[in-house]
Design a protein around this ligand. Structure first.
Ligand SMILES: [Fe+2]
Ligand SMILES: [Fe+2]
Length: 344
């Protein structure tokens, strides 16, 4: 693939010739000249979602942490270790993707996404510093060094990203886009629900509030990648191999279930190996439907954690394009109120 020029004097910014990849734009940003309107809407929503981690008080969580069971503490710490990895690699890798996207309106929202991933890293540092005892803090960042299941997950995603950095061809780019979609759309959510589960029992409520902000951002990131994938599929029907998408989904689901069983296990009230499997396959089916593909797990149509939606404030997480954006997401906005928000 050809990396786009920083300023392309041969470029043509007309909407009729604009393409998601392999287009020929000047790379000037003109928000009044936008082909992909969903990107414009997401831009505004993401800007309205501005938040500052330290505005959430974690004072009560410090004491509540000491009252968690050993299994809950282990899950709390381990999920943070995975989240630290996910947001780090996103911040590092998103510019590599943007270099090959030839829709300036989409490059702009990828830039905002990158800064939001940085804020997420800031929030983990704040949570770890405020809640985790000093002697355990470094281990949150280093756990992958001796937790083989965590290392395997981290390496799997990192290798897909690295392959494209090393060899910039269509196949590797297609895999990077799907991997991003899986990361933003599947990998976070068993972890998020663990925090909502604690919060539903009045435990670690401040942490759950932080996670709500992160969750809200991740859902917009999920929509970005769903839309990028859909547009490319519409413009070039052979760019993605459906078999490969299904294979990657199957692997992601398997890893997510293994990891969640490993780190949460069956000792946390409200979460069992069965709910983990049900939830992971349910969310994977949703994500497949959102990019116009058939679900792959028959009978997994229900969210076993639906009762946690009132905590997460996302009103039907999984239904990214519907309920989430129609819901009252401004209820925990730190910036000015969101104005009317249409379905993307
Ligand atoms: Fe993030
Ligand atoms: Fe993200």
């Amino acid at each position: 693939m050809q990396r786009k020029r920083l300023f392309n004097v041969e470029g043509d910014d007309s909407l009729i010739n604009r393409k998601m990849i392999k287009g020929n734009v000047t790379n000037l940003f003109n928000l009044n000249n936008v082909k992909y309107q969903w990107a414009n809407k997401l831009y505004r929503l993401m800007m309205e979602n501005f938040w500052i981690p330290e505005k959430v008080s974690l004072f009560d969580d410090k004491r509540a942490y000491d009252e968690l069971t050993p299994a809950e503490q282990n899950a709390y710490d381990g999920i943070l270790s995975f989240l630290v990895f996910l947001d780090s690699i996103q911040t590092n890798n998103l510019p590599n993707i943007s270099d090959y996207i030839t829709a300036p309106e989409v490059n702009l929202i990828l830039a905002i996404q990158t800064y939001q991933e940085a804020v997420h890293s800031q929030s983990y540092a704040y949570i770890i510093e405020s809640i985790i005892p000093a002697e355990k803090r470094a281990y949150i960042y280093d756990r992958w060094r001796d937790d083989k299941i965590l290392l395997e997950r981290n390496k799997y995603i990192a290798e897909i990203y690295q392959d494209f950095v090393d060899e910039r061809n269509d196949k590797n780019f297609a895999r990077v886009l799907i991997a991003n979609y899986l990361l933003e759309g599947v990998y976070f959510y068993n972890g998020f629900n663990f925090f909502y589960n604690l919060s539903s029992r009045s435990l670690m409520v401040g942490t759950a509030d932080e996670i709500k902000y992160i969750n809200r951002d991740e859902l917009t990131h999920c929509v970005i990648f769903a839309n990028i994938i859909k547009e490319i599929r519409a413009e070039n029907s052979t760019f993605f191999s459906e078999d490969e998408i299904y294979e990657m989904f199957a692997k992601a689901v398997e890893q997510e279930i293994n990891w969640s069983n490993h780190i949460i296990g069956d000792q946390v009230l409200g979460i069992t190996p069965e709910t983990i499997e049900k939830y992971t396959k349910f969310i994977a089916n949703k994500r497949l439907k959102d990019i116009g593909m058939k679900p792959m797990y028959e009978g997994f149509d229900e969210n076993p954690y639906a009762h946690l939606e009132k905590i997460s404030d996302t009103n039907g997480e999984g239904n990214v394009k519907g309920n989430f954006f129609e819901a009252n997401v401004s209820s925990y906005n730190q910036s000015t109120a969101v104005e009317g928000w249409d379905e993307i």
